[in-house]
Design a protein around this ligand. Sequence first.
Ligand SMILES: Nc1ncnc2c1ncn2[C@@H]1O[C@H](COP(=O)(O)OP(=O)(O)OP(=O)(O)O)[C@@H](O)[C@H]1O
Ligand SMILES: [Mg+2]
Length: 258
Amino acid sequence: MGDPHPKIEARAVTRVFGRAARAVHALGPVDLTVAPGEFTCVVGPSGCGKSTLLRIAAGLLRPSSGELRIRTNARRPAAMIFQDYGIHDWKTVLANIRFGLDVQKVPRREADARAAHWLDRMGLTDFAAAYPAALSGGMRQRVAIARALAVEPEILLMDEPFAALDAQLRTILQDELLGLTQTTRTTTLFITHSLEEAIVLGDRVLVMSARPGRVIAERRPPFPRPRTGAVRATPEFAALTSELWELLRGEVGAGAAA
Ligand SMILES: Nc1ncnc2c1ncn2[C@@H]1O[C@H](COP(=O)(O)OP(=O)(O)OP(=O)(O)O)[C@@H](O)[C@H]1O
Ligand SMILES: [Mg+2]
């Protein structure tokens, strides 16, 4: 069964921003584990602490209490894709994709080959020399995805990577990500507002409460791997979507009233 230890393990993680009367209890306590090769999705109302959780997982932010452990093989890092792309505007598309490879000191030839592969896979080959300002939102997002995947991360942390895209492109990239993570068995923690997206992609879907976000439910979409986008048309998909929507609706209301 391979490595039995979870790749991501959160124990009673909380995060408070600010102090005293101004303190905002943003998150938790949250417990979660993500097994090797597992694709875990997190859905929850706006402001419930999803990005905060992911930033803690990425080591960009400390928890106020509790502990979050990431277990990577030192040679294969964790990569994060941000809600707002997180690519460098002053670097070309190619330089953005090369960035993580250079940081990792991947030898030049191999870095060139991998960058070319991901440019091609994301349909960006003709834009290698372009700057992000000259790209559409969807193309910028694909640069961010290519940059993250080019480092062949063992763990992928994705914060609403498709939120800014139109529905068609979003569907195409969901299917692409599905194929990709199934071939590479990349351990993934994926944040989204979209229940449909979570159900298509996830081995598990965790539902968070309104702020401070806690995990209030967990469902396993009943679709075996390898899975394709065709699951969207099944009755099970519709049933799970409405079940999760009922759960989430209460929380969205709770957040708005608070
Ligand atoms: N650096 C910060 N300083 C102060 N408050 C913060 C900071 N980062 C986040 N917060 C607050 O923490 C709460 C959770 O924010 P977070 O960005 O994690 O929510 P989210 O679930 O990702 O929301 P969305 O779905 O809109 O992206 C919010 O109330 C937010 O205002
Ligand atoms: Mg967020």
